[in-house]
Design a protein around this ligand. Structure first.
Ligand SMILES: [Zn+2]
Length: 384
């Protein structure tokens, strides 16, 4: 594919406002790019999450092994658009960089995967079965990836490459921390503060939780050699509304970053048990819920897929070294790893560290080279 057409493909993706919604328009466009190759056995599945929010799965080639490619269709909000030097939803090239929301995270990565597949179809060189998993809602909870995994689209993969920003194609993420966000609500009974015995103080009860959960989480003190320790931050505390009233409601929110040594269910059990223990006390009415928890992603930097990618990287990026790293943030990989079978997941894409920022960009040369990189990785993956 000509370079201009590669840029046009990325620009078109950026022009679609898929801010935590409207991913179907992205899916429509991707589907239209593969439609001309239907006679080559391209299989397209749309998996609706909600109206206007379609995941898309495109499978090309044949064979027993499946190499997975993945990218998310959504982007985060552009924030105040007047803070941008350029229109965030119109790709603009300046000094060798292409600017726009999603330029880095991760429409450039998604475009590169798509283009690499189209080029292989174009010259009849698809080396094996490749499955592209395009997801909704990665930025707000990875529920698209969760849905695709549940419906079996990640089953039987032999390896999965997610084109999330890789610090300008210099980092391959092979393991990452998980996330647990918890919200504990304490319910009491309102009364005038001059007669506190008539009320139940929701804040007092929540403080008990807050002080006891700290040492409880600190007990998870094993250290992962790559990712470090589990961390726990109490990040929001709200309660009460008037100075002369006994508060009848209080809320605490906490953020835990987990490591593979402690599966999420172990942490859930500890938290649930604490809530249950406190509720044994007179007048305590605490409840806990979790929002979009993600499992830590275990990984091995010596996995054949990672080694192969390092080798191909050396051939294409020559003077630019690459590092296999652990990541502190979760991605769709945390969901896909629940697919049936044992496969390595690698995250690397042309994006850089401008993700989620004003004036997000991707380096155009890195974008071009990443297309070649994915093609060569696929070729060598099936040749091994
Ligand atoms: Zn991303």
């Amino acid at each position: 594919m000509e370079k201009q057409k590669q840029i046009d493909t990325l620009a078109k993706l950026i022009s679609i406002k898929s801010v935590n919604d409207n991913e179907s328009e992205v899916a429509d466009y991707i589907e239209s790019l593969f439609a001309p190759y239907q006679d080559q056995g391209v299989q397209i599945d749309r998996v609706q999450y909600a109206p206007g929010r379609d995941n898309l799965v495109v499978t090309i080639g044949s064979g027993d092994q499946i190499l997975g490619f993945s990218g998310h269709e959504d982007v985060v909000s552009a924030g105040d658009e007047s803070d941008w030097q350029t229109d965030p939803f119109q790709a603009t090239i300046k000094d060798g960089n292409l600017y726009g929301r999603g330029a880095s995270d991760m429409k450039s990565g998604l475009a590169a995967l798509i283009i690499s597949m189209l080029e292989m179809l174009e010259d009849n060189s698809v080396p094996g079965k490749i499955r592209l998993l395009c997801t909704v809602g990665e930025e707000t909870g990875e529920y698209g990836a969760a849905q695709l995994t549940k419906e079996g689209y990640a089953d039987g993969l032999a390896g999965l490459i997610i084109a999330e920003p890789g610090n300008d194609m210099t980092e391959i993420g092979y393991t990452s921390k998980g996330v647990i966000d918890y919200i504990v609500t304490s319910v009491g009974k309102q009364a005038h503060s001059s007669q506190p015995e008539k009320g139940i103080n929701a804040i007092d009860h929540l403080i008990d939780f807050a002080t006891q959960v700290k040492p409880l989480m600190a007990q998870f003190d094993q250290e992962n050699p790559i990712l470090g320790k589990l961390t726990h931050v109490q990040s929001v505390f709200q309660g009460g509304s008037q100075i002369n009233s006994v508060p009848d409601k209080a809320i605490i929110k906490g953020n835990i970053r987990t490591i593979p040594e402690y599966p999420n269910k172990v942490v859930f059990t500890a938290l649930n048990d604490l809530v249950e223990k406190l509720n044994q006390k007179d007048g305590y009415d605490l409840s806990i819920r979790y929002s979009f928890p993600e499992e830590a992603m275990p990984g091995d930097k010596n996995a054949p897929l990672i080694k192969l990618m390092e080798k191909v990287h050396g051939e294409i990026f020559k003077d630019r070294p690459v590092k296999a790293i652990g990541q502190s943030g979760a991605s769709d990989g945390s969901e896909f790893l629940h697919g049936k079978g044992d496969f390595a997941i690698a995250e690397i894409g042309p994006g850089n560290n401008t993700q989620h920022q004003t004036d997000e960009f991707v380096n155009v040369e890195t974008f071009y080279k990443s297309i070649e990189f994915y093609k060569q990785v696929a070729k060598k993956f099936f040749a091994k």
